[in-house]
Each structure stands twice: as structure tokens, then as C-alpha cells.
Design a protein around this ligand. Sequence first.
Ligand SMILES: [Zn+2]
Length: 297
Amino acid sequence: MQYHPDTWTHAEVTTKMLCVGIFVGLVLESWSLPVQNSSLVHQTRLRSKRDYPGKLVFHEDMNAMDRILGVNQRMCVSRDFPLREGDILSSGSHGAHVTCLADPCRWPRSVDGFVYVPYIISPLYEDMDRITIETGMLDISSATCVKFVPRTHEANFLNIESRTGCWSYLGMIGGSQALSLQSPGCMWSGVAAHELMHALGFEHEQSRSDRDYHISILWENILEDQRDNFRKYETSNLNTAYDYSSVMHYGRYAFSEDGEPTIIPKPDPYIPMGQRDGPSITDIHKINIMYNCGGRV
Ligand SMILES: [Zn+2]
């Protein structure tokens, strides 16, 4: 089920405008910051770390999922959309998948052994946004047999638009399949790769069936109404090791109630979790296994 602005009530419109206003303010605030490498920023960071040890997520430490949750929570998306785990659209739509263990959820293989995923990108994006999204695609397709191709006539395709928030369905659902990368907000290539991996059928790394061997969930630190976002699922782990550096991994403070960690790696609690650069080596390996690439790139 899609959400249409035509159906918004006056109260919903007012709420949305308020949310947008807050978001724009935050964006303008971030634009006014000095460049990332300036000594002023460095000194401020050191001061902040001394003042609030272990409690702050700095911009340069944010992984893709931190960014996604930040955008989706600011825009009040979760109140309007049936998003699971912060960014997986799981509405009552005809084809929404809960897990992606079998072929109907996966994009079909072509006779030449490659997997072509047709897409259209909204013409309303700026050129830089389009480049960012295409970089996310290229980071996947350059190392796997999955190729994102502009749609010509295909019935099943990704419809990438700047809607409210960063989100995707899990796997292929058939027909025109919405994938939202809001601009600004979601315009990191790592965020694009994250949502594209959902569309390919990959879940969040910390929802793997074997996650309890590798991380501890600190349930007491999670916002009470968000604990469902830490469920484990029956997942095909594709004989790969648990990957702390997956672009699909939550950050340490995801859905935190009071700024305390909600996920701790084990046995080493200081292992970084997630990143924002793009698919990890293991992410790429998993795509190659799931889609039987067999060395085709
Ligand atoms: Zn996600």
C-alpha cells in the first residue's frame, strides 16, 4: 500500500510541514559548519568527546544506517509508513516479503548469467543526486553479476524517487517497485547501496539468525516502542562470517532511548559496526553467492 499525499488530513499536513521545517533547519545548520578537516572542527570534536565520552555519534562516525534512521525519524516517517527496522517497507502490498530465502523474492537471472535490475530515476533529481545514486549502483554492479540497467520495457523495475525518507522493499515485489532516496538527506552513495541491497533481498546484518554469537542487544536501552526493530529472522547467511563492517549493519546507538548503546559487539566491544562507504567485501561476496554469479562480473 502506498501513501498518497492526496489523502492527508489537515492535521497530517500541519505535522508534516513542522517536520519538514525541523529537517530544513537541521540541514541549514549542517551546511553552516566549517569543512570537515578544519582544525576548528577537530578541536570541537575532541572537546565533545571529553565532555560526553562514548555518547555522541559524530558526523564522520555515522554509518549508512545511522544516516537513514536520522532522516526517517526526523521526517516522522515511521508514523506514516509501515517501516520495519527503520527503512524496510513492509506494507500489506501484494508482494511485500518478510524474508528473502527463495526465488520469488530475487531478481531473475538472464540467459547470459547476469542479473539485470531495471530502474527508472525520477527526473526531479539534481545531477549530483543522480550521480550519487548511480555510484551506489556501480559499487554493487562493478563487483558482481547484478547489473542495474535503465528500464526500457520490463514489467518489474525499481522506481527510484525522492519521497519522504530513505526506504525500500525487501527483494523484488513485482511491477513498479518504489525505492525512496530523499534529497537532501539520503544522498550518500553508501545509503543508496544500502537501500539497493534491500531491494536485492538482503536484510540488516544484525537481524541474522546467528547474530547472538556476535553481538549483544541491550534491550533496556532501546526505545520501548522500537524494540521490534531488533528481531532476529530466519536468514540465509550464505556460509559467510558475521560482518561487522557490512553497509547493512545498524550503528551502536540505533533506536537508543537515552544515548546509551543498544548494540555491543562481542567479544571485543570496540569493533566498529557498519560504515557508509558502500558494500563491504563480504556484502559483495554475499551478492555473488545469492545470485549465483559464479565469477561473472
Ligand atoms: Zn536498511
